[in-house]
Write a protein that binds this ligand. Structure first.
Ligand SMILES: Cc1cc2nc3c(=O)[nH]c(=O)nc-3n(C[C@H](O)[C@H](O)[C@H](O)COP(=O)(O)OP(=O)(O)OC[C@H]3O[C@@H](n4cnc5c(N)ncnc54)[C@H](O)[C@@H]3O)c2cc1C
Length: 472
């Protein structure tokens, strides 16, 4: 299924057909059951009524264990990891993944990087290849949404009217884009970036060329700006804060990225609030800002943050507070229900506080934590968070949380070079670092932050001392 151009997006039915071709008979039975396909597959066991109108509305218990198994809601990064870890931990019961997108779990980071640039096919973006789910004997129910959890009966209800029973439920519902609620927001040519389908639509516009305005100078906005500029588009980034990346990095790193983008020909306008879009014949033409400035646009990509998908949990009466509230084992206020990834608000013993993170590392580690708990090997979640961003030839690697630092130590020269690191200290203890094209600095920072290491600022800044020698 090559994904090089915008017009090759598989629809749900194509995907189902392609997907089914790659699967064994046993896996096909699972898929057919889950997709309620009216097919005569010659299967034993009476799971599928071959009547054309038949619709399977319940899970069969595993005949050996009499278990309804684990249902994972959402088919993103966290869900893919949860399948892998359940089997790795020795879980033998049924596993069902129910996701509302028509794809098996895929990685979102490439969506604003190499996949957007057309350098990767969809297959290369999958978290695991399709065969993995067959080998893991995991039933993939794709293109379907869970609309209700009936906790007293341990059932989930799907948007196709079917119902599934679970023993344990994992909510991996992720997040969705925050939409701009301004006049003209529904004009043709206003895009958001969260899914493979969003990229297909944006890439089609790339191919038309012209002027692109990015609303939001965060990671995703700047990554899209970099790819678009490399495609020869005329790019303007509009950021409401006084500097780009304001929420996540020190002004030193922000200034570096402003320089890099400006040198590449991207126009960055800080301190401007978008208040509407203008167009004609239903198509966007201009972006209006509160200070009266107007920017011409053939299309716009909005990247102004995300909102966690907590409504399903909330509707089921689970505790919700900036995400689905879980303990150190990713367990919600219902002991049979877990929440992992972008949607969870969790405690981190290493950091000594609760937080909700939007990162791949967190999605993977929480998948492992929930599964270990389900398999009776509970281990508290305690991880130093890390994240990355690719723009042009630059890899930014961020570890820890810099909020509350009292000293920023620079190693290298961000004003001239394209490789440096900034270490963030509080009371002399390293709490975070941003490293641009500096893998050793990033790797050693992970260790130092976990160990709450105190390293004198002069040593950190001294490039004649290698990172390995840093502790002396
Ligand atoms: C463009 C982009 C670039 C990124 N770059 C980076 C990066 O460089 N580094 C990094 O660490 N992180 C990055 N991230 C963030 C990272 O991708 C997320 O943190 C990660 O995908 C979270 O995984 P998740 O499984 O929790 O949620 P998601 O990936 O959001 O998956 C959740 C899935 O559940 C589905 N769903 C929701 N509700 C239901 C329901 N009721 N029934 C069925 N399905 C449902 C959703 O539609 C979605 O498909 C990026 C994100 C984006 C969008």
């Amino acid at each position: 299924m090559p994904k090089d151009s915008g017009d090759s997006t598989p629809n749900s039915a194509d995907f189902c057909a392609n997907f089914a071709h790659t699967f064994s008979r046993q896996a096909l039975r699972h898929i057919a059951t889950s997709r309620t396909l009216p097919l005569d597959l010659g299967l034993e066991g009476g799971q599928i009524d071959n009547n054309d109108d038949a619709c399977v509305t319940f899970n069969k218990k595993d005949p050996d264990t009499m278990s309804n198994g684990v249902i994972i809601v959402g088919a993103g990064h966290a869900a893919g990891q949860a399948v892998a870890s359940l089997r790795a931990e020795g879980y033998e019961g049924p596993i069902t993944v129910i996701g509302d997108e028509p794809y098996i779990p895929y990685q979102r980071p490439p969506l604003s990087k190499k996949f957007l640039a057309g350098e990767l096919d969809l297959e290369r973006v999958y978290f695991k290849p399709p065969e993995f789910y067959e080998k893991s004997n995991a039933e993939m129910v794709l293109g379907k949404r869970v609309v209700e959890i009936e906790r007293p009966k341990k059932l989930v209800h799907l948007d196709d009217g079917t119902t599934r029973a679970y023993d344990k439920l994992i909510l991996a519902t992720g997040s969705r884009v925050r939409e701009l609620n301004v006049p003209g927001a529904d004009l043709d040519g206003v895009f958001y970036l969260r899914t493979v389908d969003d990229v297909d639509a944006i890439r089609a516009k790339f191919n038309e060329g012209g002027k692109m305005v990015v609303v939001g100078g965060g990671y995703i906005g700047l990554e899209v700006a970099a790819v678009a500029r490399q495609h020869g588009l005329d790019v303007t980034v509009l950021e409401m804060a006084p500097i780009v990346l304001a929420r996540v990095v020190d002004p030193i790193v922000s200034a570096f990225y402003t320089r890099v983008h400006t040198e590449a020909g991207v126009k960055i306008e800080n301190g401007v609030a978008v208040q509407g879009f203008e167009g004609s014949n239903g198509k966007i033409e201009k972006v209006d800002c509160a200070d009266g400035k107007k920017f011409d646009a053939n299309f716009v990509v909005v990247g102004v943050g995300i909102i966690p998908n907590i409504e399903l949990a909330e509707g089921a009466g689970l505790k919700v507070e900036n995400g689905i509230y879980v303990d150190e084992f990713c367990q919600t206020s219902d002991p049979d229900i877990y929440a992992i990834g972008d949607c969870s608000n969790h405690p981190n013993a290493l950091l000594g506080k609760r937080l909700r993170l939007e990162s791949v590392h967190n999605a993977l580690e929480q998948g492992k934590t929930a599964d270990a708990s389900i398999c009776g090997k509970a281990k508290a979640y305690a991880q130093v968070p890390w994240f990355w961003s690719d723009q042009y030839d630059l890899k930014l690697q961020i570890v820890g949380l810099s909020a509350g630092y009292d000293q920023a130590v620079v190693r290298g020269n961000p004003e001239k070079d394209r490789s440096f690191a900034v270490f963030y200290l509080r009371d002399g203890v390293m709490i975070a670092s941003d490293a641009v094209n500096r893998a050793p600095e990033h790797m050693m920072s992970r260790k130092f932050i976990a160990e709450k290491a105190k390293i004198p600022a002069e040593r950190l800044a001294d490039e004649s001392i290698s990172m390995k020698e840093m502790l002396g």
